[in-house]
Unconditional design. Structure first.
Length: 332
């Protein structure tokens, strides 16, 4: 998507200028994995015009492979961002109707060819929220990835401005059982799957680890997925968040809890995507569940200090934070 942001902490259109970037849930994951040194491909549909060209150029600049991007449609989806501060929350306005990806035709993307030799496929609940055609193409992609022997992960990523809880549950409950790893937050679990987290109130700052374990076990049991990871965001204000995560492994019946960071937010958009990328990277490169979870939380904590959607950090920087170097001292 094209991201248009008000400068600094201004309100939208407070001044007659907007900052231009590109981003989006799946694209952010692809960029992070490319930054970590993996062979990362992004598959989507973009308009064959200068805006689509610029979007592809931005991905190439981050070392993401784009040869499977389909060109067509008339426009790229847009979203407007107003960065909050202190007690004023950030705000997003979507302009995605009739975007190229929302009008993609089922059967138009050669998924079987794309997934030859692929190790992992990641999708999010944002794409099927764009309409029936995008949802059916997502289903095609998941089936093809499984047929090719690739692992499949999904970030539920509920967006109430794109669809209702009822619509989300009708679609996502059908797609979910074919995924190996489910990534969510409390709102996702409730809105997309109808699963409550006992004894937790994110708005009030109360998080029950035992409640998240119970919810994760329920997801694994109901949908037959192997692993469930839940990010825990304590929204102390729009400027400071507590940040951690837990993960349930159904095969070993083990529950893992990460370290916690107090993050002074620069840009929280893309934080969940960078967590997903960090977890995928850890699991793909043979790190254990504990180490993968710690890497993911550290990577996403760093991302939330960087403006824009993309997480421009290296494996070495993430590992340094995991090891305990959180002082922020100048690296000379």
């Amino acid at each position: 998507m094209l991201r248009l942001s008000s400068p600094g902490f201004e309100r939208l259109f407070q001044s007659p200028q907007l900052q231009v970037n590109f981003g989006g849930g799946e694209a952010n994951v692809a960029v992070s994995l490319a930054q970590f040194g993996l062979d990362s491909y992004y598959v989507t549909r973009l308009p064959a015009n200068p805006v689509g060209d610029a979007a592809i150029k931005s991905l190439r600049a981050e070392s993401v492979r784009v040869e499977h991007v389909v060109r067509g449609g008339s426009r790229l989806g847009i979203y407007f961002v107003e960065t909050g501060a202190s007690q004023r929350p950030s705000a997003v306005v979507y302009d995605r109707a009739y975007s190229a990806i929302s009008e993609v035709e089922p059967g138009s993307i050669p998924w079987a060819e794309i997934f030859q030799g692929a190790a992992w496929f990641h999708w999010t609940g944002i794409t099927p929220a764009l309409g029936r055609k995008a949802a059916e193409c997502t289903h095609e992609a998941i089936r093809s990835a499984k047929n090719a022997g690739a692992k499949v992960s999904v970030d539920l990523n509920f967006r109430k401005k794109l669809w209702s809880e009822r619509e989300a549950q009708q679609t996502m409950r059908r797609l979910l059982p074919q995924s190996d790893l489910v990534i969510a937050n409390e709102e996702d679990l409730q809105s997309v799957l109808g699963i409550e987290v006992p004894q937790s109130d994110v708005t009030g700052g109360a998080l029950s680890v035992a409640g998240y374990r119970q919810a994760a076990e329920q997801v694994a049991r109901e949908f037959g997925v192997k692993q469930v990871a839940v990010t825990l965001r304590e929204s102390l204000s729009a400027s400071q968040n507590g940040w951690s995560a837990v993960m349930m492994d159904a095969a070993t019946q083990t529950f893992h809890q990460s370290q916690r960071y107090l993050v002074s937010l620069v840009d929280r958009i893309g934080g969940g995507d960078s967590f997903a990328a960090g977890l995928i990277f850890g699991l793909l490169t043979g790190r254990g569940n504990d180490d993968s979870l710690k890497f993911a939380v550290a990577a996403s904590a760093l991302k939330q200090t960087i403006p824009g959607d993309f997480n421009r950090v290296s494996v070495a920087e993430v590992e340094r934070l995991v090891a305990g170097d959180a002082s922020g001292r100048v690296q000379r």
